[in-house]
Design a protein around this ligand. Structure first.
Ligand code: ZN
Ligand code: ZN
Length: 122
């Protein structure tokens, strides 16, 4: 898969970001934290730390959800933006924020033991 430039924004549009990469490193995470954060499973793509460009929006906020994980969100509209875990090579950006027609070649489901009882997984 060839790398290309992707752009994304939150619901209100005050937080914008872009990165050059692929959508190959994509995950649906079913852990308890993601369910609380997104109301459903999380859906992310891994983006190399130095490839992610986030605008300096005043509404961009951070929440430390565990000693090693920081989750970023828009403080105005509430959209989750990304999460970042100490020691990980990538930052994980929410797939739903990407603009344009996005196709993800392969998704890996993780932490499926904690998934909500209200949806099915194949
Ligand atoms: Zn917003
Ligand atoms: Zn999770």
């Amino acid at each position: 898969m060839k790398a290309k430039t992707y752009r994304g924004s939150c619901l209100c549009g005050d937080v914008r970001f872009s990165f050059e990469g692929t959508l190959e490193d994509a995950y649906f995470c079913h852990c308890n934290q993601c369910r609380k954060n997104y109301g459903m499973h999380g859906a992310f793509v891994g983006v190399a730390r130095d490839a992610l460009v986030i605008n300096k929006s005043k509404t961009l906020k951070s929440y430390k959800s565990s000693p090693s994980t920081i989750r970023q969100f828009c403080g105005k509209c509430g959209s989750p933006i990304s999460w970042d875990r100490k020691g990980y090579e990538n930052i994980y950006v929410c797939l739903g924020l990407l603009d344009g027609k996005i196709t993800v070649p392969k998704v890996t489901n993780i932490h499926t033991k904690n998934k909500g009882a209200y949806y099915k997984l194949d």
